[in-house]
Design a protein around this ligand. Structure first.
Ligand code: SF4
Length: 224
């Protein structure tokens, strides 16, 4: 189980979360006006592949691999036309390459067989692709303009706990809390804002509260 940040949210008395969520989003949107997905892609297929490859590695690492990968593999059929070992070599640097190659080929096979070679737009159809879990389907849907939930990664988990938007530890339960709390029109940008805030200011070990626009009145974990 990853470290919990739930108890940190006792440092400071703040308003109830329903009153804080919109100001939190507004201030983070000013602070991180450039917050967006860090993966590089040019179409829904490249988006899906990038997100699938990003499990257990950094976006920078994925971008380095896909820069060459997407020149060689342009259609779903291309991933099926090479031996599995060749695809494994091409994605090796993203880690867990055997499982990822298997998942990619399974997903591409279903996209060819069931969806006429196009990445499905329906959330449940995305979830039926081999190797595509809720987080991947959420990222893909959000980037295509129809967020169906709130992406929960390690930063979103930590910041949601520190901001007392959730007391849960499990990502599925955290997402359930966030869906109830965050206005639907913000489902897509909310995780990006927390992710960038987590990377730049609200560090896991040493949050820089003195630089944080939420510190004085919106964050119960504030150390200032
Ligand atoms: S950096 Fe900001 S969001 Fe993180 S704990 Fe400090 S005040 Fe809260």
């Amino acid at each position: 189980m990853p470290k919990s940040y739930v108890k940190e949210a006792r440092n400071k008395k703040v308003a109830p979360k329903r009153e804080r969520v919109r100001p939190v989003i507004a201030r983070l949107a000013v602070e991180h006006a450039d917050a967006k997905i860090a993966l590089t892609f040019a179409n829904p297929l490249e988006l899906l592949i990038s997100v699938m490859l990003s499990a257990q590695t950094t976006d920078v690492n994925v971008n380095r691999v896909t820069e060459k990968l997407f020149l060689k593999y342009r259609r779903p059929e291309d991933y099926l036309a090479v031996p599995q070992e060749e695809l494994e070599r091409d994605i090796f640097a993203t880690g867990f390459y055997r499982q990822k190659a298997k998942s990619l080929r399974g997903a591409m096979q279903r996209i060819v067989d069931v969806h006429g070679g196009e990445v499905p737009t329906d959330f449940d159809d995305l979830l039926k692709l081999p190797g595509v879990a809720r987080k991947t389907a959420n990222v893909v849907s959000a980037e295509r303009g129809s967020a169906q939930g709130v992406v929960v990664d390690t930063h979103v988990r930590r910041l949601s706990q520190r901001l007392a938007f959730t007391r849960q530890e499990d990502p599925v339960k955290i997402e359930r809390d966030l869906i109830r709390l965050v206005p639907r029109e913000d489902w897509a940008r909310f995780p990006h804002l927390l992710i960038w805030h987590g990377r730049r200011i609200c560090d896991a070990r040493r949050p820089r509260c003195e630089e944080c626009p939420l510190a004085l009145d919106l964050c119960p974990s504030s150390r200032v």
